[in-house]
Design a binder for this molecule. Structure first.
Ligand code: AMP
Length: 178
């Protein structure tokens, strides 16, 4: 039976704020209560997919690690493939890598060189948009493979960090923002 889609308020109520994790000053958004709720998890996937229907997307690209949870479910629902963008050193085959800046230091994400065919239509997904560095690096990898990004979708957006600035030119969706 079709259940009503969750409202942003319902989704937000299932996201737990954990102060000072993993370090002082960070308000960590813990999505495990949302994942454990069948209606909210399933409804969040539907909302993150937006108006895309099966046949419109070739691959859903998910970002390591919580992005995988939503991207894999979205891929199955859209009858599309799932492609992981992983932290450097995790993928076994030949990779392209993209480095980006963190508050202190840098990080690197990677994708298999044959993960996407040129021209394939991609929905890019992560759980949370903060400064936008991770998503921008993942988007650059998708484009390096010659694929087309239709939309970038997040469960959560931390608006005050202005991560959308790094994603200019892309259609960006988020379900709840802080
Ligand atoms: P950024 O590159 O700054 O946009 O950071 C986004 C990535 O870091 C996402 O993959 C998130 O899972 C993670 N992240 C950043 N800030 C938080 C936060 N406050 N709570 C939970 N995850 C976060």
């Amino acid at each position: 039976m079709m259940q009503p889609l969750p409202t942003p308020t319902e989704i937000a109520s299932a996201i737990r704020n954990v102060p000072d994790f993993p370090k002082p000053g960070i308000q960590f958004k813990d999505i495990t209560p949302l994942l454990a709720d069948a209606r909210l998890f399933s409804g969040s996937i539907d909302l993150m997919i937006g108006n895309f229907k099966p046949g419109m997307v070739d691959a859903v690209v998910g970002i390591d690690a919580r992005g995988f949870i939503f991207a894999a479910a979205a891929a199955a629902r859209l009858q599309a493939g799932f492609v992981p963008v992983r932290k450097k050193g995790k993928l076994p085959y030949h990779t392209h890598e993209e480095q980006y800046d963190l508050e202190y230091g840098t990080a690197t994400v990677a994708v298999h060189v044959d993960a996407l065919k040129p021209g394939s239509r991609v929905l890019l997904i992560d759980d949370l948009l903060a400064t936008g560095g991770t998503a921008a690096a993942a988007a650059a990898l998708v484009q390096k493979l010659g694929a087309e990004i239709l939309e970038i979708s997040f469960l959560i957006e931390l608006k005050f960090l202005e991560g959308r600035r790094k994603l200019q030119g892309h259609s960006v969706r988020s379900l709840v923002s802080y």
